[in-house]
Ligand binder design. Structure first.
Ligand code: NAD
Length: 467
């Protein structure tokens, strides 16, 4: 993958530019630790210029009112993305370390299918104006209508785990509804964003400033967005700690916030489930090395069939194909950075110290000396109060927790600061529906692990705010 060559330049005010300082930072392949290339390293001044440009585009161009222009631009961008689909695929594998198989789904092909084309289509179908029944205020008749208008300038702050997917799912609705935006990708995965910037500049009529893209190695450059009085809203996906800080820093200017944060979802296996077909599915926690907020990182097994369940999940976790993410057969690549690897290994140590039983994995794979790999790791006999059952690890680590009866399973599932997703596995759908209704999770599967991407996405508690 070292022959990748990504776009170095950012997009500010319609121009592809280096940082004003001329500084760049390195983009590193997490599977090999090789430097793929460089990208512009913006300072707060570059970010301020981008913010001013988005403000001006919103206030002074016809972007917010010209629906036909917006539709044309989104369709142009869609076509431009599709024209470089295969280059995107290789670039995402190289900079994210995502397994190739994930690019045929959530990392690339799914968002290319819908993330821009659906909002573009909605421009014609959406009820931008609607009349209410006539009003009567102190004897005065009045005609009333509701106009849907854009919010204004939006800072879109994106993480590294599904970078292009999150980017397109933010930008589609933001741009279709007439807002302008500053996109701030994560420093670990900048090229998918700078490629987007080049496509916007070269292949669309998107006016200067409607979309600015600013890359930086410094997280605090993103903070300019949250404190600037020129920005109306932050749309953020990432850690709960950063989400909290964004609310705090945005409070003095009353920022509107959309926050898509963490999860610690539970998969409840009932004693009437077909264990042999259901339980190996718990190893899904390893896909993309566990770097997803909706991963079901706690498996709840009934005490009555506990040993049988543990045996099945142990075999599944031990058999996960992992390694070079560019291989078709690989289910799990590395985590994104040395920092993340060390963070995950730190949680594994905590699990051991707090008394959970380590069954498989638990360290760095000896046969992969290069790259930020962590072995698929299974803990059993976990108590739900342990750190590994409460905190989001964002690595290939599954915690198996025994339960006594339905009430106990629901209690354990709900004893969490998060409330994003979950699932229940049972031969009795009515029973599954009862459990689903008792678990505080925004999206829930009955005999279904993955999220239905056509359904509203979001959760309760410290998962965040919005859908
Ligand atoms: P992070 O939340 O710090 O970073 C996400 C994005 O926010 C990046 O673009 C980053 O540059 C930006 N950012 C960081 N600090 C900021 C600030 N003060 N103001 C504005 N923007 C800021 O996440 P991380 O440190 O890279 O990862 C740590 C943990 O976060 C992970 O281990 C995982 O648990 C969680 N995480 C969750 C998701 C998710 O999809 N929910 C995604 C990535 C990370």
């Amino acid at each position: 993958m070292s022959n990748q060559s990504g776009e170095v330049r950012m997009l500010i005010d319609g121009e592809l530019v280096e940082a004003a300082s001329g500084k760049r930072f390195e983009n590193i392949n997490p599977a090999t630790e090789e430097v793929l290339g460089e990208v512009a390293d913006a300072s707060p001044e570059d970010m301020k210029r981008a913010i001013a440009s988005s403000r001006q585009a919103f206030d002074e161009s016809d972007w917010s009112t010209n629906r036909a222009l917006r539709k044309r631009c989104l369709e142009q961008l869609q076509a431009a993305l599709e024209s470089e689909r295969e280059e995107y695929r290789e670039e995402l594998i190289a900079e994210v370390g995502t397994p190739r198989m994930m690019t045929f789904a959530a990392q690339l092909d799914w968002p290319l299918e819908e993330a821009l084309s659906w909002p573009a289509k909605m421009i014609d179908e959406f009820a931008w104006e609607r009349d209410l029944p006539d009003g009567n205020m102190m004897g005065m008749q009045s005609r009333r209508s509701v106009w849907k208008e854009p919010i204004g300038v939006i800072g879109a702050i994106v993480p590294w785990n599904y970078p292009l997917e999150v980017t397109l799912n933010k930008l589609g609705p933001i741009l279709a509804t007439g807002n302008t935006a500053i996109l701030k990708p994560a420093p670990d995965t900048p090229w998918n964003a700078t490629r987007l910037g080049r496509l916007v500049a070269e292949k669309t009529d998107i006016p200067p400033g409607v979309l600015n893209i600013v890359t930086s190695s410094d997280h605090l450059v993103g903070e300019e967005l949250t404190v600037s009085p020129l920005v109306d809203m932050i749309s953020f996906t990432g850690s709960t700690a950063t989400g909290t800080r964004i609310m705090e820093k945005g409070a003095p200017t009353l920022k509107k916030v959309f926050l898509e944060l963490g999860g610690k979802s539970a998969m409840i296996v009932c004693d009437d489930a077909d264990f042999a077909s259901v339980i190996p599915g718990g190893a899904m926690v390893c896909i993309h090395a566990g770097q997803g907020c909706a991963m079901q990182t706690r498996m709840l097994l009934p005490r009555s069939r506990y040993d049988e369940g543990v045996e099945l999940i142990s075999a599944a976790m031990a058999g996960i194909p992992y390694g070079d993410p560019s291989s078709d057969a690989v289910f799990m690549g590395p985590v994104v950075s040395a920092r993340q690897r060390d963070r995950v290994l730190g949680y594994i140590e905590r699990g051991k110290e707090e008394g959970a039983t380590l069954v498989t994995g638990g360290g760095r794979p000896a046969h992969l000396p290069k790259g930020w790999f962590v072995e698929p790791t299974l803990f059993v006999d976990v108590d739900n109060s342990m750190t590994i059952a409460q905190e989001e690890i964002f690595g290939p680590v599954l915690a198996v927790i025994p339960y006594e009866d339905d009430d106990d399973a629901v209690r354990i599932a709900n004893e969490s600061n998060y409330g994003l997703a979950g699932s229940v596995w049972t031969a009795d759908i009515a029973h599954g529906l009862e459990i689903a209704a008792s678990v505080r999770a925004g999206t829930y599967g009955i005999n279904l692990y993955t999220l239905d991407i056509g359904s509203p996405f979001g959760g309760f508690k410290q998962w965040g705010i919005g859908r």
